[in-house]
Design a protein around this ligand. Structure first.
Ligand code: C5P
Length: 379
């Protein structure tokens, strides 16, 4: 951002400097034989001419001093731009897509001392997305607006939490406005909040600090939530640790996906608690799914999808299994609950079967989506 733009145009300085210097010299010359105050006034005018030259005889584009080089030349010696070219306003607003994720697998390896769980998940970005507009404002603080869902606009919203984390990490004190257009269902296990947070961080890097490294951005994102680093990178990744340790996998082949989100949430801490209370459970074949990805073998991959949270669903949450059956009956190669639910999705080899399965589920469920896998994001 060009925040060094001079307050006075360099052409005005050029026009002012010579008459001021001449007047100052004349006054101090005449003053030596007439009065001392006149000499002082003359010197003050000359000093003023020198000071405005130092302060404001600067490139209108990059703000650096033009020195003597710029006097006759038409181009800035530093940035090379034509001095009389219109000055571009710095970009202060940007809209970024925030893509949803799906868990092809979810495994819990154990409970950690910090209260979190050691995870092993194969995660995939899909095209279903929110739109996140970040604007730098003249005021102070973070404001947020949400369209398309009833969500809080304070620190409980991960997008706001991400902006705060960025300001603290980068020592940025300017105002930030966040506008969210929501499409990703909430309480679905599709990282709707984390995706918005990641989009805010990507946008703020572009607007405020383009030299910030990917590693540092991911570090900041991990303090916002366990799924945010994945949402920064996207694509097909193995997520371990809390979910923040990522290994790039061979991108999944293009899948068509029918998603159905039943209208009940499942509490995330409650689900982890249920898993802790159980000893034996089925586990996903994570190595097998990574191998299927490496071979580009879609049916093998789809058959191996599994989420350990499905093991601890209660009778009340039996609809998850019912939706899975309907997706499989509709021709899905595999179906599974995503993350901590309650969204369930099926992978299809062709768009028509996915659309048909989605239409049938949409008769009974309000929140049904048709989407597809997408590759890693450019960060
Ligand atoms: O990191 P995040 O804020 O997304 O986590 C939300 C909650 O999910 C945590 O408070 C914790 O209860 C649970 N969690 C966990 N182990 C993880 C990730 C999340 O126990 N690896």
């Amino acid at each position: 951002m060009n925040d060094k733009k001079p307050l006075m145009d360099y052409r005005r300085v050029q026009k002012l400097q010579t008459p001021l210097l001449l007047t100052g010299a004349l006054l101090s010359g005449v003053g030596t034989s007439v009065s001392v105050p006149l000499v002082i006034l003359g010197i003050a005018i000359m000093l003023f001419a020198i000071v405005i030259g130092v302060l404001y005889y600067r490139c209108p584009h990059c703000g650096r001093p033009l020195g003597r080089i710029g006097e006759g030349g038409a181009y800035c010696p530093h940035c090379g731009k034509a001095l009389n070219a219109p000055v571009e306003e710095p970009v202060r607003s940007i809209t970024v897509p925030a893509y949803a994720k799906l868990n092809l697998t979810l495994d819990i390896l154990g409970k950690r001392d910090d209260g979190y769980h050691e995870m092993q998940m194969v995660m995939q970005t899909v095209s279903l997305h929110d739109d996140v507009t970040v604007t730098l404002t003249d005021g102070k603080g973070i404001t947020c607006r949400v369209d398309g869902a009833a969500l809080p606009c304070d620190e409980r919203n991960l997008a706001v939490k991400a902006a705060r984390a960025f300001c603290e990490a980068m020592d940025y004190g300017g105002g930030i406005d966040i506008a969210l257009i929501k499409r990703i269902p909430s309480e679905a296990g599709m990282a709707g909040g984390s995706a918005d947070a990641a989009a805010v961080l990507r946008a703020l890097r572009e607007l405020v600090s383009p030299t910030l490294t990917d590693e540092r951005l991911e570090q900041i994102s991990a303090s916002v939530g366990s799924d945010v680093p994945f949402c920064i990178r996207g694509g097909t990744q193995l997520a371990e640790g809390r979910g923040e340790k990522l290994t790039v996998l061979k991108p999944a082949p293009r899948f068509f996906v029918a998603v159905c989100k039943p209208d009940f949430p499942i509490s995330t801490p409650e689900l982890f608690h249920r898993v802790d209370a159980r000893t034996s459970r089925c586990r996903p074949d994570t190595d097998g799914i990574c191998a299927a990805l490496a071979d580009g073998d879609m049916p093998r991959l789809a058959r191996r999808m599994y989420n350990v949270f499905e093991d601890v669903l209660t009778h009340r949450e039996g609809e998850i299994a019912a939706i899975k059956s309907r997706l499989l009956d509709g021709g899905a190669l595999g179906a599974v609950m995503s993350g901590t639910g309650s969204a369930v999705f099926g992978l299809f080899a062709d768009a028509d079967s996915a659309a048909y399965a989605k239409r049938r589920l949409a008769r009974d469920y309000q929140e049904c989506f048709l989407t597809e896998t997408i590759a890693r994001l450019e960060i």
